[in-house]
Design a protein around this ligand. Structure first.
Ligand code: FES
Ligand SMILES: [Fe+2]
Length: 371
């Protein structure tokens, strides 16, 4: 892995006060060595969202997930606890399971080694003839996880600061949305040929409603009414109040700490590096990013809905998410082409892009040399 060229003076303008600040330099979106450092520090070193708890509601329910090359399985054990385990057999590395389902144990298809739902090896044919073989040393590695508002987060390198205390103020702010009670339904998967930060930037600001979503979001969630809170956690909160037209579609919600005219119809939250979700009056969009390379990731969009929502309303809600993201794809692809052109260096941020400024400060703190 080559060492990225990260001269702090190149990033000084991103760290300037809002109103003077710029974007990160284009290289931050296109340089593979910078991406490698992101993988190490921001992805493996921080908390990533792996699943929602309701995707594994019953003991024995499991869900496979490939995250940064790591082959994982999210499982609810006999006691009802959610664990995230490696799904690579401890014998000779065969993949134990794929997809999702319900099981009493994980049995390797290669030589039938069998693991309990807690990852312990409980059966290994003919291995009792091997002197010194100790099944206790062959458990599946468990990945550190935390649950917050129904989301299952993992920390791959096991060294991140605990997540819950850092998200506590965010949880209080969003308590009215009862996010933990919604049920995630996968609505679309997109092979996304642009840097992951292009989508995160796009998700966090409403400035682009005036053009990209001129016919969809702007008429009900006008860009100029949006604002980003001053919260200082590892996240940003974009509040999008509705106008009168929007009231009918997205009634106001009440968030603590906001005046009446700031109360949102929709909120877009980014928990850095890339856990993106947008709670509204009835539903919550959840964007799950699965990074692959500096210029490619898979995006799964989930619509999280109340259990009692009827089929027609669900279908409309899912369709709206697909339409909105279709518009965002065009914008993100255009941005990635520009970033890759070699001509663009950095650009000034609008005040409406405060969330990007917040994210860039977080990014620089973790990515620039100085340790
Ligand atoms: S590789 Fe799994 S039992 Fe041999
Ligand atoms: Fe958008």
């Amino acid at each position: 892995m080559s060492k990225p060229d990260l001269d702090p003076s190149d990033f000084a303008s991103a760290l300037a006060p809002l109103g003077e600040a710029t974007t990160l330099p284009a290289r931050a979106y296109t340089d593979a060595s910078i991406y490698d450092r992101e993988v190490e520090r921001l992805f493996r070193g921080e908390w990533l969202c792996a699943a929602r708890i309701e995707q594994v509601p019953e003991p024995g329910d499991f869900l496979s997930l490939d995250l940064l090359g790591d082959r994982l399985v999210v499982v609810r054990d006999r006691e009802g606890a959610i664990r995230v385990l490696s799904r690579v057999c401890r014998h000779r590395a065969a993949e134990l399971v794929n997809g999702s389902g319900n099981t009493r144990s994980f049995q390797c298809p290669y030589h039938l080694w069998t693991y309990g739902l807690d990852g312990r090896l409980v059966g290994a044919p003919h291995m009792d003839a091997v002197p010194g073989f100790d099944p206790a040393k062959c458990s599946l590695p468990e990945i550190r996880s935390e649950i917050w508002e129904g989301f299952v987060f993992v920390n791959l390198d096991g060294r991140a600061e605990p997540l819950a205390p850092r998200l506590a103020p965010l949880g209080e702010r969003l308590a009215g949305y009862r996010m933990g009670e919604l049920v995630a339904e996968e609505t679309a998967t997109f092979d996304s040929p642009f840097n992951w930060k292009v989508l995160v930037d796009n998700f966090m600001e409403a400035y682009h409603h005036i053009a990209t979503h001129a016919d969809t979001l702007e008429p009900i969630l006008p860009a100029k009414r949006s604002h980003v809170t001053d919260d200082e956690g590892p996240y940003s909160v974009l509040v999008m109040p509705t106008n009168e037209t929007g009231e009918a579609v997205l009634p106001r919600q009440s968030l603590p700490g906001l005046s009446d005219d700031q109360q949102p119809g929709l909120v877009a939250v980014a928990v850095f590096p890339f856990h993106l979700f947008a709670p509204g009056p009835r539903t919550m969009a959840w964007y799950q990013l699965l990074p692959e390379t500096v210029d490619r990731f898979t995006l799964r969009i989930y619509d999280c809905v109340p259990e009692d929502m009827g089929a027609e309303e669900r279908a409309q809600s899912h369709e709206l998410l697909r339409v909105i993201h279709g518009q965002d794809i065009d914008a993100c692809e255009a941005v990635m082409a520009g970033l890759s052109s070699g001509r663009f260096e950095r650009g000034p941020l609008a005040l409406l892009e405060k969330s990007i400024w917040q994210f860039n400060r977080w990014w620089c703190e973790r990515m620039l040399p100085g340790d």
